[in-house]
Write a protein that binds this ligand. Structure first.
Ligand SMILES: *[C@@H]1O[C@H](CO)[C@@H](O)[C@H](O)[C@H]1NC(C)=O
Ligand SMILES: *[C@@H]1O[C@H](CO)[C@@H](O)[C@H](O)[C@H]1NC(C)=O
Ligand SMILES: *[C@@H]1O[C@H](CO)[C@@H](O)[C@H](O)[C@H]1NC(C)=O
Ligand SMILES: *[C@@H]1O[C@H](CO)[C@@H](O)[C@H](O)[C@H]1NC(C)=O
Length: 278
């Protein structure tokens, strides 16, 4: 009865006196009801008192007929819900009180994932979250795109091997072992094998550069080089790049002060460039 009084007080305080809508919430034993008004919508929430925890839906709304929606919540003995763990066991004292601890253990052939203990908090929740007991057997392995595996035993300690279809190369670890319910490497992938690119034909000035390999005599090589370049119709920019590359090689050597590029519109520029080197 006292609680009912408390809950009514809370409601009375939160819903303004001028707003008489949904003034009387349905009673839920061992709970406190808190009503709120937000953007014209009145809602309420049940919160279980200490030593009890909520089961069901604790939130309700005030409908158009000034009635609360029916609460499905009830408050059960125990400050936090009873612990749960499939394929395992746990010990705790019932009913659960604030700060109580529970310890978890998995059955044989199961492995514990998560925390082996949890504690009941003030706000009726357990932390850290409950663990799970996972079988030591592995889930059936996945197949990578354009790949497959061989091996039929997925028990702990078993091995499988991955392969790729023809024309694909395996990237990652082909041999995998199931260890306590998990495959010990990431799923490999199958990568399309790229055809080796055909060697590209030498570029125009690549051909011209061969002049330096073909001619022992540097003067002759340069003349030959320029002759070939002028035949290619390269732009001045392209030519400049090529010449810069050769410049380092030629530095320090003395020869042919008067190189004349025949049959070219760039005659003077070319000549100037070369004379500045030698
Ligand atoms: C649970 O078991 C552990 C070890 O067996 C023990 O130390 C602990 O006191 C037990 N807890 C409860 C609540 O019984
Ligand atoms: C309960 O309290 C803990 C610690 O204060 C907090 O981390 C957690 O989010 C709370 N849970 C809920 C449902 O409010
Ligand atoms: C799978 O492997 C386990 C352990 O290595 C073995 O005991 C079991 O007989 C194997 N099962 C099959 C179907 O081969
Ligand atoms: C799986 O492979 C590992 C090493 O790669 C080996 O030690 C182990 O014996 C193999 N297990 C089986 C069941 O063949």
């Amino acid at each position: 009865m006292f609680l009912w009084f408390v809950c009514c007080l809370v409601v009375a305080r939160l819903i303004s006196a001028s707003d008489e809508r949904c003034s009387k919430p349905p009673q839920v034993d061992n709970s406190i009801f808190i009503a709120m008004k937000e953007e014209g919508q009145i809602s309420g929430i049940y919160s279980c008192i200490k030593g009890y925890h909520l089961v069901g839906k604790g939130t309700l709304f005030c409908n158009a007929f000034d009635e609360w929606t029916v609460p499905t919540a009830t408050c059960h003995l125990g400050h936090c819900p009873n612990p749960v763990l499939s394929n395992g066991k746990f010990n705790y004292s019932w009913p659960v009180k604030v700060s109580d601890k529970v310890t978890f253990m998995c059955n044989d052939y199961y492995i514990l994932k998560g925390s082996s203990w949890s504690q009941c908090l003030e706000n009726h929740t357990w932390a850290p979250p409950f663990p799970i007991c996972k079988s030591r057997d592995c889930d059936p392995p996945e197949n990578p795109a354009h790949g497959y595996f061989k091996g039929r035993n997925f028990t702990s300690g078993s091995n499988i091997t991955y392969y790729c279809e023809e024309g694909y190369r395996l990237m990652g670890t082909p041999d995998q072992q199931c260890i306590d319910g998990e495959w010990n490497s990431d799923l490999p992938s199958c990568e399309l094998i790229q055809e080796a690119p055909k060697p590209t034909a030498p570029t125009k000035y690549g051909k011209a550069l061969l002049a330096f390999q073909e001619n022992k005599d540097l003067c002759k090589a340069i003349q030959d080089f320029i002759k070939r370049l002028t035949e290619t119709g390269l732009t001045m920019e392209e030519l400049k790049h090529t010449l810069e590359m050769k410049k380092a090689e030629l530095k320090g050597k003395k020869c042919c002060p008067n190189i004349v590029a025949k049959k070219t519109g760039h005659r003077d520029t070319l000549k100037n460039k070369f004379s500045s080197w030698f």
